[in-house]
Design a protein around this ligand. Structure first.
Ligand SMILES: [Fe+2]
Length: 515
């Protein structure tokens, strides 16, 4: 994709201004869509619009009819036709695709339109209409042509947005930075019960277990104005981690198997995955089948970058509880099928950059000062044998870069072929993209008092930091320029953003350098 230009910034400003203000309906030509049997209530587009999973010729458009979003949606139990249109300009003078989709009650009246036949590497604007009511206008972007080698791709890496820990202020800055797409690597919602001492309180009365409860939780998150605006202004590529279902779940094992029976947890997975699909701009391949959802997938951005999006929850063995357990060859993070899929995709990749979106951190975190190791068992450290075999293969992969989350910290690291051997080769780079709001505003002095003594045990760390924010990457053939973008606060709806660190990954030189 082309480097952000003044033109694109102008589009962004104008596109953002249209949000919320109903675009003029008379520009929309009459369509043959049949009328709904029941008139729709006001505010059916309260959850806004979104787009995702860009292809060179396609994009997924999303909305959900929900006039009473925190109470099950508030829609009659009927199928409603929803017209959509997509144009080359924000005023919809050059509409290139239009159609009618169905908002079905069994899918929470969500709408997913997989538009094809588009031109590569360019912006599009889209909107929906139901029963004469217009949605806000969204802006999106297609991926570059499959054969495009050059150009630049601007990617924002985000994760971990706990409503109760703060406002999603990093998205206001992300919007201004105008990424080509947002990569979200998990913890889109948190399943925790409402807390009276929270910055903002979760809806409901406890943790969600049923489909309606998960729907209400997603709907509440989408009412954050910065999150909604970011969805409306760029395509997202999403995957989930644990909190979309239950803290630290693994396969069909919940956090607390003594409190949730297997049957109850499988029902909970099915409800959580369905609500996830209903609220995310993903393709129909991600329509869940009971307690299963297909989320690992690849996206291509010309010859510049291949993005492997992992699922590190559904196929993993339950977490180890000891150092020896973490080193057992029986532990798998990806499952055999996904692991083979990833290896094939890395080995045969035509791309200059091979990005791996992993929910959880791949580089080692040794928590024990001095001799010996102590690992986090929920991250790749808890799955040593599989992680180490992947790192060995990275030596033969062109420019592997892992983009992860989960830790609620910025950790930028070299990836070593063997973390047990300090002299082993650097084979890649990893960015752990802090959190949008989870952990709230942290005490920097306390953070450094805790973590700085561990730096000697983790010499692969290049930057560690506890601010809330996200990472921004400008990917070109010769290198990736990365910025750690942070905000000064998430306790209120306004924040000031800044660049905490700049880093560079040179093409064909494994590892990451602080600039
Ligand atoms: Fe998290």
């Amino acid at each position: 994709m082309n480097a952000p230009s003044p033109d694109r910034r102008r589009f962004l400003t104008a596109g953002a201004a249209v949000l919320g203000a109903a675009a003029s309906a008379q520009l929309w030509l009459p369509s043959p869509a049949r009328a709904a049997a029941t008139p729709l209530p006001d505010g059916v587009f309260a959850l806004g619009v979104a787009s995702g999973d860009p292809l060179p010729d396609g994009i997924v458009l999303w909305t959900r009819l929900a006039p009473d979003p925190l109470n099950g949606g508030g829609m009659p139990e009927e199928v409603f036709p929803v017209e959509w249109e997509l144009a080359e300009d924000e005023r919809f003078r050059r509409t290139v695709r239009r159609g009618t989709a169905e908002a079905r009650p069994e899918l929470g009246h969500s709408v997913h339109v997989d538009v094809r036949g588009l031109r590569p590497d360019r912006p599009y604007w889209y909107r929906f209409r139901a029963d004469g009511r217009l949605s806000p206008t969204g802006r999106t972007r297609t991926a570059p042509h499959a054969h495009q080698r050059g150009g630049a791709l601007r990617v924002a890496l985000a994760s971990c947005q706990n409503w109760q820990h703060g406002y999603f202020t990093p998205y206001a800055d992300m919007l201004a930075q105008d990424p080509d797409f947002v990569l979200f690597v998990g913890d889109y919602i948190y399943e925790s019960a409402p807390s009276a001492t929270a910055v903002r309180r979760h809806e409901g009365k406890g943790e969600p277990y049923t489909l309606e409860q998960y729907r209400n939780r997603y709907a509440q998150y989408r009412t954050d104005p910065d999150l909604a605006a970011m969805h409306a202004n760029a395509p997202w590529v999403v995957t989930f981690d644990d909190h979309e279902v239950d803290n630290d779940w693994a396969g069909e094992v919940p956090q607390d198997p003594d409190k949730q029976s297997h049957d109850a947890f499988v029902a909970r997975l099915a409800a959580a995955f369905q609500a996830y699909y209903e609220h995310m701009p993903v393709r129909a391949s991600a329509v869940p089948t009971g307690p299963h959802i297909q989320m690992y997938r690849r996206l291509e951005f010309g010859r510049l970058a291949r993005l492997n999006v992992l699922d590190t929850r559904q196929f993993r063995t339950d977490q180890a509880t000891t150092q020896a357990g973490a080193e057992s060859p029986s532990m798998t993070m990806l499952g055999a099928e996904q692991k083979q899929w990833l290896r094939d995709g890395l080995r045969d990749s035509p791309a200059r950059w091979n990005l791996i979106a992993s929910q959880i951190m791949m580089a080692e975190t040794d928590l024990l000062p001095g001799d010996g190791k102590l690992w986090y068992y929920d991250a790749w450290d808890g799955y040593q044998v599989e992680r180490n075999s992947l790192l060995r293969e990275f030596a033969d992969v062109r420019n592997p870069v892992v983009l992860s989350g989960d830790r609620h910290l910025t950790m930028v690291s070299d990836l070593k072929e063997d973390f047990a051997d300090p002299d082993s080769d650097v084979v890649g780079a990893e960015f752990v993209g802090t959190s949008v709001s989870s952990n709230g505003d942290q005490d920097e002095a306390a953070f450094h008092a805790q973590w700085d003594p561990l730096k000697a045990d983790n010499p692969h760390w290049k930057v560690i930091d506890c601010h809330r924010g996200y990472h921004l990457f400008d990917i070109r053939r010769d290198g990736i320029d990365a910025q750690v973008r942070v905000v000064d606060t998430v306790v209120g709806p306004q924040a000031t953003a800044s660049t905490l660190a700049r880093l560079r990954v040179e093409s064909d030189e494994p590892g990451v350098q602080v600039v």
